[in-house]
Design a protein around this ligand. Structure first.
Ligand code: A4P
Ligand code: MG
Length: 183
């Protein structure tokens, strides 16, 4: 029997859709991730309100999920599944780094390093992004980045990203996951 591999997925949304607000969309995405038969023991961080990096656009709601995946699943297949969930939640690919109803990025796949035309893991920008590192540090602080050997907690503490806002908390009734302000 093969040992399952831990994976980390980052979620972000800054546009509403017919599913509701960005928080509703992230919650819907989590439900869809839970339904993927290849993922086991899904854990989800709090949702954080963050300032946009890139062109002028609304604030984001960001968070992270970790899960165990059977080693028989190819990372590209999981990326396809993530793209299907994005499309299901109304994502249309327009401007690079622009506003979106849902962005699902594959951040880590165990200690694998993957570099293909369609998939780079660890995600090439995750070490610079507090909107990924802070939620991930909440649920996987001791996970080591296979490229730098630093733990997620260390990367989060070092992250120079000051573009994160300290916005007001969303009412907790809007989310089954609490929304936090980024410290
Ligand atoms: N791709 C390659 N590696 C990966 C990976 N590890 N995970 C390819 C996911 N996709 C990966 O992605 C473009 C292509 O990247 C995919 O087709 C896939 O084959 P995309 O999601 O269509 O485009 P994108 O999201 O606009 O580009 P990218 O480069 O993923 O952007 P980022 O880095 O995700 O940044 N500000 C805040 N506060 N919060 C945010 O969440 N997000 C972005 C997008 C910008 N600013 C933000 C946020
Ligand atoms: Mg993306």
């Amino acid at each position: 029997m093969c040992t399952p591999v831990p994976i980390a997925i980052a979620l972000g949304s800054n546009l509403s859709s017919e599913l509701g607000t960005p928080v509703d969309i992230l919650n819907a995405a989590i439900e869809r991730l839970r339904q993927l038969p290849q993922l086991d023991r899904l854990e989800v961080s709090s949702w954080y309100r963050t300032a946009p990096i890139g062109p002028a656009q609304p604030d984001y709601i960001n968070g992270c999920a970790i899960a165990l995946v059977a080693v028989t699943l190819d990372p590209h297949q999981l990326l396809q599944n993530l793209h299907h969930i994005e499309a299901d939640c109304g994502r249309v690919r327009t401007q690079h780094w622009g506003a979106r109803t849902l962005d699902l990025d594959l951040i880590l796949w165990g200690d694998r390093i993957i570099a293909t035309p369609t998939l780079t893991v660890p995600h090439p920008r995750f070490r610079d992004r507090a909107f990924v590192l802070v939620p991930l540090a909440e649920i996987a602080p001791q996970w080591r980045d296979p490229q730098t050997q630093a733990t997620i907690a260390t990367l989060a503490a070092r992250c120079p990203d000051t573009a994160i806002v300290q916005a007001s908390r969303l009412p907790s009734t809007m989310s089954r996951h609490p929304v936090k302000e980024q410290a």
